[in-house]
Design a binder for this molecule. Structure first.
Ligand code: HEM
Length: 472
């Protein structure tokens, strides 16, 4: 273990005030990826209070992620870090029957939204944002604008409502602050004893930020549901949640008098909103960052996307079906490559409920098991030129060799906790990107390269701006 990590772990145990210093000292988890023997199939680190196993062996990864018996639940550290935001919402829960039931609610609600509707909403809002950028005539802060766009899309599609501009600006700003303060590494190093863990957690100062974010969500998305006659009750996720939080006999207090039910709804709406926006926004932010340095790629694909431009170049096939196919494939390749190089949920942290042995190495109960899509997607034994942003790898006649094993590409996870919003995200990202590339040219301005933040997601660590040219 690196010296700063050891020191941070020590400080974190002394007092909450020193934990603040430790947070700055320890920095982002990505810092520890360079120089570590990450190619190892199974790397077991001895932390002060537990073992941490970093798993790259795809068979072991699959065992962990597809575990049906609850032997490798999601880590309670995740729940702790997210609780101020999502309460007892499904994302943070370790597993079990309640999780299975709640996932069914998400899956049912999302399956009720036709793909064409997701695409329509995504295109509509993307055009609105582009018009605002054009009017402002200033470089655009890409991560925050795409976050606001993705929030509008997911809330409109699932809850039939959106934040006001002021609310979404505030919400995105608060979430960025939350990210910067949440420190999963420090929790990993902290003693397991509840009181000192809580003290350390309190030192992050997440409660106040989370409370303000939840107040915004409650006001805009839960309060309207209290009115029995409100149209918002018919939106796919709202109606699925209303039904699922009723007692099994179908009776109970009206929602406006049932605080417990309101809180349960607030928790899940917060999950939908947070899981459903930050991921998409992060993938697209990184993609635009990369594309801003590839003007030729932008030209080619922009031409494919713009109807009047079609057929003007030799690179564009004359046959309309082939054109569509080619355009679709180019978009897919860009999105896949961004998901590969910048998977938004870079670390999936599980725990062992009992002693286990993997690759002949014993791992005791209560160890942490880390599956990192970030590491796996950049593994040299799986991918050629893994650190290179190369969308063409997805355009060859055969898929990249790594794809012979589906576990080599897991941006949406795998198994019983796989992302229920994958289809939504695929359609949404295609729609946003095709609008953006048909209508805009992105270029970089001076400033340091963004780095992945790494606390909760791999979103860029600064709200980088790009110059956006929008032809009249
Ligand atoms: C590029 C976009 C996205 C990526 C890469 C992504 C990835 C993921 C991953 C890796 C997980 C956790 C898997 C685990 O812990 O094992 C997850 C969970 C989840 N995602 Fe997504 N996601 C995306 C978009 C979305 C969207 C658009 C929605 C909703 C419309 C959504 C809803 C959820 C929910 C509700 C969960 C929690 C499921 C559970 O706790 O079992 N996601 N996502």
């Amino acid at each position: 273990m690196d010296l700063s990590m050891t020191l941070a772990g020590y400080l974190a145990r002394l007092s909450p005030r020193l934990a603040g210093i430790a947070t700055r000292l320890i920095g982002s988890p990505f810092r520890y990826l360079s120089g570590m023997p990450m190619e190892r199939q199974l790397l077991i680190l001895k932390l002060p209070v537990a073992r941490l196993a970093i798993v790259n062996d795809l068979a072991v990864v699959k065992t962990l992620l597809t575990d049906q018996e609850g032997a490798f639940p999601k880590s309670s550290d995740l729940e702790m870090l997210l609780r101020p935001l999502i309460g007892r919402g499904v994302f943070g829960q370790p597993g079990g029957d309640a999780v299975k039931q709640m996932r069914r609610v998400y899956i049912r609600a999302l399956s009720q939204i036709p793909e064409a509707e997701v695409a329509r909403i995504a295109r509509h809002f993307t055009r609105q944002y582009m018009a605002a950028w054009q009017q402002a005539q200033r470089p655009v802060p890409i991560p925050s604008e795409l976050s606001r766009l993705a929030i509008d899309i997911v809330t409109q599609a699932t809850l039939g409502n959106c934040f006001s501009v002021q609310e979404s600006l505030r919400f995105v700003d608060l979430f960025f602050k939350y990210h910067k303060r949440a420190n999963p590494l420090l929790l990993l190093l902290a003693p397991r004893e509840p009181a000192s863990r809580q003290a350390l957690f309190d030192s992050f100062g997440l409660e106040a930020i989370g409370a303000e974010m939840r107040a915004l969500i409650r006001h805009r998305f839960v309060d309207p549901l209290l009115d029995e006659k409100s149209d918002a009750r018919r939106a796919p996720f709202a109606s699925a949640l209303l039904a699922s939080t009723l007692p099994s006999d179908g009776c109970g207090l009206p929602l406006d008098r049932d605080e417990t039910r309101q809180t349960a709804m607030l928790d899940e709406i917060s999950v939908m909103l947070l899981a459903g926006h930050e991921t998409t926004a992060s993938v697209l932010s990184w993609l635009l960052w990369e594309l801003a340095d590839l003007p030729d790629e932008q030209d080619t694909i922009g031409q494919l996307m713009r109807e009047p431009g079609l057929g003007q170049s030799e690179t564009v096939p004359a046959d309309p079906d082939k054109r569509k196919n080619l355009a679709q494939r180019r978009l897919d390749a860009l999105i896949h490559e961004s998901l590969r190089l910048y998977p938004p949920i870079a670390f999936l942290l599980r725990e062992t409920r009992r002693d286990v042995v993997f690759r002949e190495k014993p791992i005791p109960a209560n160890s942490f098991m880390l599956v990192s899509p970030w590491i796996i997607h950049r593994h040299r034994h799986l991918w050629q030129n893994p650190d290179l942003f190369d969308p063409a790898r997805w355009l060859a006649a055969d898929p990249p060799p790594a794809m012979a094993n589906r576990t080599a590409f897991i941006p949406f996870g795998q198994g019983p906790r796989v992302c229920p919003g994958k289809r939504f995200a695929d359609v949404e990202m295609q729609a946003i990107l095709s609008e953006l590339l048909a209508g805009c040219r992105f270029s970089r301005i001076r400033g340091r390269r963004p780095e992945p933040l790494g606390s909760l997601t791999s979103r860029p660590d600064r709200d980088f701006k790009l110059r956006v040219a929008i032809p009249q």
